[in-house]
Design a protein around this ligand. Structure first.
Ligand SMILES: Nc1ncnc2c1ncn2[C@@H]1O[C@H](COP(=O)(O)OP(=O)(O)OP(=O)(O)O)[C@@H](O)[C@H]1O
Ligand SMILES: [Mg+2]
Length: 515
């Protein structure tokens, strides 16, 4: 289905700023639809001759719809939309006396011109028309609630025509605002409550206010109710700002273990501040779940921290043992185990500092690489370089990958550049300084990693598929088992050895893929 923007760009001359304003309308007009008990259709003129295109539609959640079919994309001219043309031409709200019939549904048409104010707020131009169409089949004598809603709806409709509704958005306010059905309070110009819907009354009751709301000063009430004085002042100031004609950000009030979200909107039809509308929603449950999640997060981090500590203890024990054994082979084997355990600890350390089960892997690679150069025989200094980025990796991939890289890097340092004295055949790379390059890039949901050195290359008759000792066995087991990837060991094109690793990146929620 086409979006509002697509439709407007394809069929009309509207400027980007106009289309932005229409987006703002469509983002906030559920409120107007619910208060009006009416469908709203957003119509834009396509030719200046009375033909209109419907670019957005919303149905009321408080009443039956007048349109069972979707109207978006319809282009209509002639008598059916004559009322839109009047509103568009004359720039005033148009109301129809007699109902019109859609099949067997009687409906009342209204048309509200949409104005966009210029930056200085002076001039305002009609850029579109909102059709407000009410299904009359269930109409009866309106209740107190309905009368209050309709009055407020008319004020907001006038503000659409003035260009003062919807108010500008506050950055970051994307969570759903309270709706009419959640709870609605109307204030007069002094800030005194003139109407409160039953749900609003219940929401305030949960905060500890049991009496009738009508007649209360809402700003004062907020200040009194909030458990935290600062929060109370914020919530009170939001009400006062709306009374002055501003659109303040949403505020939360916590009291007696309950949390209420409030949104205050100015009411100023024809530019005259006549009061404010405050929508409220009990969000106690939502906040309770938020808090539970935060606690769970902290617990997981704490566990990673302890796993890291335990691994470091194991490494320390092995190191102690290595110092005590006299057999050189056993000592080397123990020292290698120390490094293997330490590299896993590195991942848990990073996880214990991150907020989700994913890690920025580049930092870990750099640390493992510099640890690997330190074990290199003292006579040879091996440079380490990283190319490209591993990005953020899920924990389960990171733990295996760090062990694999640890083995490959140690091999490059230990076997690629043997200390002088051992059979050191100068490689075809000639006198280039010893260097290991780790490169990583992502391609079609796969991570491609290579570890390349410019050393003496693999031994002759080395079986790249099966050969090797414990180090390469660990690598192959992790690559094929844990990571379900592939590894290839080969002599580099310009000498030295190259290990090529391909790891599929599953689409898990924690895996934030960078394309
Ligand atoms: N980058 C490299 N350059 C040259 N030879 C290598 C390289 N990587 C591996 N090799 C060869 O492959 C062999 C097997 O490596 P592997 O890591 O399995 O065992 P290791 O390093 O000898 O012992 P460990 O089990 O302690 O790692 C090495 O002994 C070495 O001969
Ligand atoms: Mg090895």
């Amino acid at each position: 289905m086409s979006t509002l923007r697509d439709l407007a760009e394809e069929h009309t001359q509207l400027r980007p700023a106009d289309i932005d304003h229409l987006h703002r309308i469509a983002g906030d007009w559920q409120l107007l639809s619910d208060l009006s008990f009416a469908d709203l259709l957003l119509w834009v003129p396509v030719d200046g001759e009375g033909t209109f295109l419907c670019v957005a539609q919303v149905r009321p959640t408080t009443a039956p719809t007048a349109y069972l079919d979707d109207q978006v994309g319809r282009i209509v001219g002639g008598p059916e939309v004559a009322h839109l043309e009047v509103a568009h031409r004359q720039g005033r709200i148009w109301r129809e006396g007699d109902p019109v019939w859609y099949g067997d549904v009687p409906a009342r048409h209204e048309a509200i011109p949409v104005r966009l104010r210029t930056a200085d707020g002076e001039a305002a131009e009609v850029i579109a028309v909102v059709g407000r169409d009410t299904n009359l089949s269930t109409a009866r004598t309106p209740s107190q609630l309905e009368l209050n809603y309709l009055t407020t709806a008319d004020d907001l409709a006038q503000m659409v025509a003035d260009g003062t509704f919807p108010p500008p958005r506050h950055p970051g306010e994307t969570t759903s605002a309270p709706r009419v059905g959640d709870g609605l309070v109307r204030l007069d110009a002094n800030g005194t409550i003139t109407y409160a819907s039953p749900n609003a009354q219940s929401a305030y009751r949960r905060l500890g206010y049991a009496s009738h709301l009508v007649g209360e000063d809402l700003a004062k009430l907020h200040r009194r109710l909030a458990g935290d004085p600062l929060e109370g002042t914020d919530a009170a100031n939001a009400v006062l700002a709306a009374l002055r004609g501003d659109a303040p950000p949403r505020r939360e009030i916590d009291a007696r273990g309950a949390t209420m979200l409030t949104r205050a909107l100015p009411l100023m039809p024809a530019g005259v501040p006549i009061g404010a509308l405050v929508l409220v929603r009990d969000i106690t449950e939502v906040r309770r779940r938020d808090r539970a999640l935060i606690t769970k997060d902290a617990t997981i981090r704490e566990i990673h921290h302890r796993v890291k500590n335990n691994l470091q203890t194991v490494a320390a024990l092995l190191r102690l043992q290595a110092r005590r054994v006299s057999m050189p082979e056993a000592r080397v084997a123990l020292e290698e185990s120390v490094r293997r355990v330490a590299s896993i600890a590195l991942v848990h350390e990073t996880l214990s500092m991150s907020s989700d089960e994913a890690v920025e892997f580049d930092g870990i690679v750099d640390r493992v690489a510099s640890a690997a150069t330190e074990v290199a025989a003292t006579e040879v200094t091996v440079g380490m370089r990283r190319q490209g980025s591993f990005g953020v990796l899920p924990a389960e991939i990171a733990t295996s990958l760090v062990m694999i890289l640890n083995e490959l890097l140690l091999n490059a340092v230990e076997h690629g550049f043997p200390p002088a004295g051992e059979e050191s055949i100068p490689g075809p790379a000639g006198p280039a300084p010893p260097e290991v390059v780790v490169s990583a890039h992502r391609l079609r949901k796969q991570l491609h990693v290579s570890v390349a050195d410019n050393g003496r290359g693999l031994p002759e008759q080395f079986d790249a598929e099966r050969g090797g000792n414990l180090g390469l066995q660990i690598v192959r087991a992790l690559v094929t088992g844990e990571l379900r990837g592939t590894i290839e060991l080969r002599n580099g094109a310009a000498g030295g050895t190259e290990a090529l690793l391909v790891v599929p990146l599953a689409r898990t929620p924690t895996d934030r893929l960078t394309p």
